[in-house]
Design a protein around this ligand. Structure first.
Ligand SMILES: NC(=O)c1ccc[n+]([C@@H]2O[C@H](COP(=O)([O-])OP(=O)(O)OC[C@H]3O[C@@H](n4cnc5c(N)ncnc54)[C@H](O)[C@@H]3O)[C@@H](O)[C@H]2O)c1
Ligand SMILES: [Zn+2]
Length: 369
């Protein structure tokens, strides 16, 4: 990834929500943007004090450079670093961050920058949503998964002992900055897990991208920029049609996530990365789709091949407590009032919400993993 690419700006329209009808925010995708962060933030946020919320891994690599760029643009940053990992995405941690922000005198005229992967994006966005009843949020995603998925759409939140993302708010960002250069330090396994969400997007909305991924070469930085832009557009379009998650359209993004979340929870958020659990959830969702939506076997095989191409798991690891997966399902938000709302694919490029899927269908799909 030695070549640099020009800056591409996407304008994400948000239907409604915390910032009113017709709200738009820019997502900048390119290389070498970290050094211009102060400038970009001044241009799009126009506030002078901020907190930069990051995790121990990312702050070590990027913290100082971001602070320097902000100071050079006359923005005063306070860096708050939390321990890396999903276990930090809690209400207690969000509260502790708010307390630290108050202690350094950040008021309602300040704003929040989330610098990190999806964990940081979610918790920093949640802090931005609740601090003084809502202050602007800038997303600087540093994982592929966060760039193509979690930084777009405004879903923010934290986990509780009972499940993932059970507490949260829809709070759209004011600016998203995707600097491809930051991905250079991302471990390969973390990079690959981003492809689980990309493959999910292809299955639910983009058969052409699915084909392109079948011959994807990771070394092409321009292709990566285009791929990120394409995925931001897919997610933004679906979110824009159902921002508050009410009509079922946004639920399509949960393809692979019903079983995926249950697997993640069963592994205590440690055994598998989010994208890896989603990869398994996608395989299970394909099995359910064969049974309930006429999804062709050949396409299921193509999905499995593609996931494997990015070193994503398509079978449960040996000695994984698979019998606990079904009981972990009931904590999922999608099991509202005992009714199963499951996303099925009819064929690569299309998906729909089904209420015909039974717990037995899911059990059968899980036993096939
Ligand atoms: N809000 C949404 O719409 C949404 C969507 C999908 C996922 N999520 C959430 O995203 C989270 C998963 O995100 P993630 O996979 O990015 O996890 P993460 O934030 O834990 O990052 C993964 C790991 O990579 C490290 N890291 C991040 N950037 C790095 C870099 N540039 N160089 C070196 N190391 C780096 C982190 O410190 C961490 O150890 C989950 O909590 C999930 O629920 C949210
Ligand atoms: Zn996901």
């Amino acid at each position: 990834m030695g070549i640099s690419v020009g800056l591409h700006t996407l304008h994400i329209r948000s239907g409604y929500g915390n910032l009113g009808a017709g709200y738009q925010y820019p997502a900048l995708v390119g290389s070498g943007i970290v050094e211009q962060i102060g400038e970009q933030v001044r241009k799009h946020v126009a506030r002078k004090t901020c907190v930069v919320i990051s995790d121990s891994n990312v702050a070590a690599v990027l913290g100082q450079r971001i602070e320097k760029s902000l100071r050079a643009a006359a923005v005063q940053p306070t860096l708050i670093t939390i321990r890396a990992g999903e276990k930090s995405k809690t209400l207690e941690q969000a509260g502790a961050i708010c307390d630290q922000m108050t202690a350094v005198g950040l008021d309602r005229q300040s704003f929040v920058i989330g610098l990190g992967g999806g964990v940081i994006g979610d918790i920093s966005g949640f802090v931005a949503a609740i601090y003084h009843r809502g202050i602007p949020h800038v997303q600087i995603p540093t994982t592929l998964l966060a760039m193509v998925d979690s930084s777009i759409g405004g879903k923010t939140g934290v986990n509780t002992a009972d499940g993932k993302n059970l507490i949260g708010a829809v709070h759209q960002p004011s600016l998203v900055i995707d600097d491809l250069d930051v991905l250079k330090t991302l471990p390969r396994r973390e990079f690959n897990q981003g492809f689980a969400e990309i493959i999910k997007h292809a299955i639910i909305a983009d058969a052409k991208m699915f084909k392109q991924l079948q011959s994807w070469k990771a070394s092409e930085v321009l292709a990566l920029q285009q791929l990120i832009c394409r995925n931001i557009k897919i997610k933004a379009k679906i979110v824009g049609e159902d921002e508050q998650d009410r009509t079922g359209k946004r639920a399509l993004l949960n393809f692979g996530h019903t079983v995926g979340h249950a697997i993640e929870r069963t592994g205590n958020y440690r055994r598998l990365l989010h994208g890896e659990a989603i990869s398994l959830g996608i395989v299970a969702a394909c099995a359910v789709s064969i049974k309930r939506a006429g999804f062709p076997h050949t396409q299921r095989d193509a999905v499995i091949d593609l996931l494997q191409r990015f070193d994503l798991p398509t079978c449960l690891p040996k000695n994984f407590p698979r019998n606990k997966i079904i009981s972990a399902l009931k904590f999922d938000k999608k099991f509202e009032s005992g009714k199963i709302r499951f996303i099925v694919t009819l064929g690569i490029g299309t998906a729909r919400l089904s209420s015909d899927v039974t717990l037995d269908d899911i059990r059968e799909a899980v036993s096939g993993l």
